[in-house]
Design a protein. Sequence first.
Length: 255
Amino acid sequence: MNERKVFKKLDGKDLINIGVFTAIYFVVVFAVAMLGMIPIFLVLLTVFVPLVGGIIFELFLTKVKKFGMITIMGFLLGLIMLLTGMGYIPIITGTFFGFLADITYTKGRFTSAKLAVLANGFFSIWCWGNYYELFFNPDAYWSTRQVYGEGYINAVRALFPTYMAPILVAVCFVSGIFGGLLGRVLLKKHFIGMLVVGEPDSGKTTLLRQIARELAGMQRRACVVDERCEIFPPGDSEKIPPLDLLSGIPKERAV
């Protein structure tokens, strides 16, 4: 992929994708966070959020083709956390670990499955920012949350000694790796087949040619049965991507 394309300015479509997937990610995370009403599950959110969020994140990465999109998503999640009363630390963790995930995924030219999984590991650490005050400023944190009751507050305090802070960072990262793997598995199972229909000269062949190039660029196994030698015409060998090409052979025989 061209270096200039990687660092090209984001356009309206990119910003829409960021906004849509940030919203979906937040809704899913908010639903999972309801488990935090039980003290032990408040700790286990560092497992559940990266696992469930990993599915959404890996789906988002199918739309990411430019550097900066993941960083913005991390910032927006942190901003939403600020607006919901979680303080400013999630903005820092969201932006920083979103940036690390951005760098990681960009290294693979937005096609590496392994780096996509690793990117979710880094990105998932954003949620640790929501625990910062529980570790380092618990009195101020609970002073505005007395409605939870003394029993709940004491139970949560016991689960968050300071030494747990780096442990939960590691838990977020490892859970994010597994969440990324889960997301990749579900993505592979999601696509079964596609029928392309259209009027003559509507761009069907161009679309199929581009799909073949994208699959080859993602280092996926791809075979093109080009019965009428239209998708990759003879004499155009320099533009043929690294895939299996069966030209001039009837489809029945080729399959």
